[in-house]
Design a protein around this ligand. Structure first.
Ligand code: ZN
Length: 252
């Protein structure tokens, strides 16, 4: 069966001498596995559309066990992501986040649009990477169905005053009276909560208007990553571990 869809390459693996097996997040079919036959040949018409990050219009043949890429017309290669170490590392994390939190053949227009926009914004980003990443994460996890409850205490429904924590297991902020119900909850304050709300409701290309101190961002990012990992039932992100190891060695 021949099918068409836009898609973004999340992962590529060399297969035999000249082929690639691609993991593509497609608009119409969700995440799919697709064979790009001959993509490693020097003159293959699939060279550009079979690269990680590439956003293309694909024609697939849907076989029994996976898809075959017949044709790929590139829409945006997001090439500038490869030209900068920060963009590349954070970009790899966006792709890993999508890859590790989606199952095959479950389409989501919202997640597709968010990833597309995320890569577009990242392509021209030169600073405030962490703010961008948290903005992406909180939208992403919300679209995935785990939007954190930020308006009132997620456990008792009371208003939140100045003393609060974030409960990863219950998915939202909790008030002081409820601290004892989740001993593992994370320290948070009113400022962090307000930043989190702003990042949730502000478009990725308008984040410049939000100013967040770096130490606060690191704390928020720590909570967000744990929150995401818990909800998608994973232990870690390889791309973030890799980033940490580079930072420790003075590379960033
Ligand atoms: Zn409460």
């Amino acid at each position: 069966m021949l099918v068409k869809s836009e898609g973004i390459v999340l992962r590529e693996v060399k297969f035999e001498e000249t082929n690639k097996i691609l993991t593509i997040f497609s608009r119409k079919y969700g995440k799919i596995t697709a064979m790009a036959k001959g993509a490693l040949r020097p003159r293959s018409p699939l060279i550009a559309s079979s690269q990680v990050f590439s956003y293309s219009d694909y024609n697939f043949y849907k076989g029994k066990s996976f898809y075959h890429v017949n044709q790929g017309d590139i829409i945006d290669s997001f090439y500038p992501i490869r030209e900068d170490m920060n963009r590349l590392l954070y970009g790899a994390y966006l792709l890993e986040l999508v890859d590790s939190s989606t199952v095959e053949e479950v389409p989501s227009e919202k997640l597709f649009e968010l990833l597309k926009k995320g890569l577009k914004v990242l392509s021209s980003l030169n600073k405030d990477f962490l703010k961008f990443i948290i903005g992406f994460e909180i939208k992403y996890i919300s679209f995935l169905g785990y939007r954190p409850y930020l308006n009132k205490c997620v456990l008792c429904g009371e208003d939140i005053n100045d003393t609060l924590k974030f409960s990863i297991s219950h998915g939202g902020v909790i008030c002081e009276r409820c601290f004892k119900l989740d001993p593992g909850s994370k320290k948070m304050d009113k400022h962090m909560l307000n930043y989190l709300k702003q990042l949730l409701y502000t478009s990725l290309d308008e984040l410049d208007n939000i100013k967040i101190p770096k130490d606060v961002m690191i704390k928020i990012q720590d909570i967000m990553v744990k929150y995401i990992l818990t909800n998608i039932e994973k232990n870690k992100f390889n791309s973030l571990d890799f980033m940490e190891s580079i930072k420790k060695n003075g590379g960033l």
